[in-house]
Design a protein around this ligand. Sequence first.
Ligand SMILES: [Zn+2]
Ligand SMILES: [Zn+2]
Length: 265
Amino acid sequence: MPQPDKLQWRSDLGWSPNSPAAWADPKSGLVVHYDSSDQNLANKTHSACEAYWDSTRNFHTGPSRGWVDIGYSWGSCAHGYVMEGRGLYRAQAAQPGGNTSHYSVTLMTGPTDTITDDQINAVRQLRAWLMEPDTSISGTVLGHRDFIATSCPGDRAYRMVQDGTFTGAPGAPTNGGDDPMIGLEKGDSGEAVKALQVLIGYAGQDLPEYGVDGDYGDETAEGLRQVRASVGSEAGAGWGDTVTGYAYAQLMRAVARAEAEQPDS
Ligand SMILES: [Zn+2]
Ligand SMILES: [Zn+2]
């Protein structure tokens, strides 16, 4: 794997070409991070990502953090750029416990920001490039929360860490062929959410206030939770907030059962 298609070096941003951070040889893998607040960069031009990267570095080197440089090794933006942070062979201030053993990459996204296919592909290209003989890192991809109690990299990105999205081959489909409903969560909207809501109805659960509106809110979450309970799932609080694989399977089962119970028309 050659270097990522769209790799933006520190010098491209007018930063010193070499990070002042201490030398390290992080070989154990790549750790994914996010930003704790939404940035909406997917809906802006890439110049907004450059401004974000600059301001992140200013924040990290400023009075509240006081680090020698931006905390991360790399960033991966919605437009598919890999942006150099501390870069190759540098200790980081990203994931205490893994700052000299693992490289770090932040998605530059907040909790509900879209994680684009281009962005996922940029992480895959970065990983593949770092696995080449020069740096020869392990292919392991972890989330920040694997090191310490933190929300980072957010539930959505962490699911991608766990389901192998980031370890896929560059250019391969990013959802692995999964049903587009799997992975939906409260706050999402669109056609896949409508499909979810229609199926909740087919499973016999009303959405009395909002119906099929394409917005995954409290009512849809509660509807899904009730559907899960109806097929014997424990379905405690929060069990309708995300369409996990189990939730999806239970929804399908409830729909099949409701259809079977319907009198012939
Ligand atoms: Zn983090
Ligand atoms: Zn960008």
